[in-house]
Ligand binder design. Structure first.
Ligand code: SF4
Ligand code: SF4
Length: 450
């Protein structure tokens, strides 16, 4: 590969030069901790990327595998004193791997086409897939097949993958949330749009409902536009920047950022990508201005609630809860939202927050990493669950659907009684306990209904 002929070479060179090789990021990097090898560390990967940009290293299969062995968890960015923009480096490196085609294989290509290009670009098809999975689960067929071990007869790997199928919500967000809702009996102070997400919509529609309830309880007029598409984070993290840009344009067409005080995301994995629409569409004359406004208005729900001074729920004498908090990587390392979810949890009367060791370490979900690198993902899942269980808490709260599913699957497989929820679901339940008349809310909003 010639120097200058690749995407890494097209980056602003100052981004490639930022790393000063201090190594402070190494102990925070899960893949480095797993292997102890320099090439599996942030510093090692940045050196490889720079060598590619300088034309000293050709993009070959080994480079591609290294870029995909990285979780993209961004723990290195929190540790880095030089402010290295690892997210940009990592996404550009993966895009370069895809451009060079060094990992192409028929099975991989087919899976990428089906998921990235077909399923996650067509919301109606995605919802249809969700309905079919829901039917499979609700009819009892899934349970029967699992009990009989039928999939294991076909392949142990297929059985493992099937075991990670998320429980689908009975109804999706559009059935639970009106396109426009107003606080009951008082004027609103803010006008916000809520993003319903893809996985969030299919598997956690009740959480979207709880998010709207919490916003209404805090004087927000809530709009939930109907024509939302996938945000494109899955695509950007997997080297498909073109489709990510296409989906960003669709989102901006569906939600005019100039019409709202804030655009609310309740999923850390999506939120970090959504904040960077300005960068993604910087060279698109028709969208650049709206993309900048979008990025300015994009708020994680915890961040927004703290920013507007959310109302602390009153003590209703409800049964005490012990809760530990698992930080979604992109929420804490990417969006730098770490204090706010804890502040929300600690505002809930009767809730005892118990901090876990390595709360900001990746749980192994990392987009589709648990599917592509099952062994590392399982190691991280086990390490995470060990720390969470050591707190003795009954619940773990987390702000990202991927983490939720990974923790839930790990707890189920390990026979743990630990239950998984979202901080906002707990706040919604506290409001509901305090004032049962909040429309549409029920105490069952504490966790998802599958
Ligand atoms: S993103 Fe995570 S796995 Fe990748 S280099 Fe940084 S700390 Fe390591
Ligand atoms: S902490 Fe930052 S500057 Fe230091 S080695 Fe890691 S990436 Fe480079």
């Amino acid at each position: 590969m010639e120097a200058g002929g690749n995407l890494l070479a097209s980056l602003d060179y100052s981004v490639l030069q930022q790393c000063m090789h201090c190594g402070l990021c190494l102990p925070t990097c899960p893949t480095y901790v797993e292997t102890g090898r320099e090439r599996n560390s942030p510093r090692g990967r940045i050196a490889l990327m720079r060598a590619v940009a300088d034309g000293e290293l050709a993009v070959r299969r080994a480079f591609g595998e290294e870029m995909y062995y990285c979780l993209g968890c961004l723990a290195c960015t929190s540790a880095c004193p030089a402010g290295v923009d690892y997210a940009q480096l990592f996404e550009t490196a993966r895009a370069e791997v895809e451009r060079a085609g060094v990992l192409e294989r028929p099975q991989r290509d087919a899976i990428r086409w089906f998921t990235l290009r077909l399923l996650f670009t067509r919301p109606r098809l995605l919802r249809l897939a969700g309905r079919l999975i829901w039917l499979w689960q609700a009819s009892g067929l899934q349970g029967l097949v699992r009990r009989l071990g039928l999939i294991r007869l076909l392949s142990a790997r297929w059985a493992e993958l099937e075991g990670q199928t998320p429980g689908m919500s009975r109804r999706n967000s559009d059935a639970l949330i009106a396109a426009e809702e107003h606080p009951a009996g008082r004027p609103s102070r803010y006008r916000v749009a809520v993003l319903t997400g893809c996985v969030q919509d299919l598997a956690f529609a009740e959480l979207n409902r709880a998010t709207v309830d919490v916003l209404l309880a805090n004087d927000c007029e809530v709009h939930t536009p109907r024509r939302q598409s996938c945000c494109g984070s899955l695509h950007a993290h997997n080297g498909d920047e073109g489709t990510a840009a296409l989906l960003a344009r669709r989102q901006i067409d569906a939600i005019d950022p100039f019409a709202y005080d804030a655009i609310i995301s309740n999923a850390g994995g999506c939120g970090f990508h959504l904040r960077h629409y300005d960068r993604l569409l910087a060279n698109d004359a028709a969208y650049a201005e709206r993309a900048r406004e979008w990025s300015r208005k994009l708020k994680d729900v915890h961040e927004w609630l703290v920013e507007i001074g959310f109302r602390r729920p009153q003590n209703t004498g409800a049964a005490p809860l012990t809760v530990t908090y698992h930080e979604s990587c992109h929420l804490c390392h990417g969006e730098r939202v770490s204090r706010q979810p804890r502040e929300i949890l600690q505002s809930i009367p009767g809730l005892e927050l118990r901090e876990a060791r390595e709360a900001n370490w990746c749980c192994g979900s990392a987009g589709i990493y648990n599917l592509t690198h099952p062994s590392t993902a399982q190691w991280l899942q086990g390490r995470k669950l060990g720390h969470l269980q050591a707190t003795g808490a009954d619940w773990v709260a987390t702000g990202n659907p991927g983490c939720h599913l990974q923790l839930e699957a790990g707890a189920r497989a390990g026979g743990s009684a630990l239950k998984v929820t979202h901080p906002v679901a707990l706040l919604a339940a506290a409001y509901a306990a305090e004032k049962r008349t909040i429309p549409g809310m029920s105490p069952s909003g504490m966790t998802r209904q599958s």
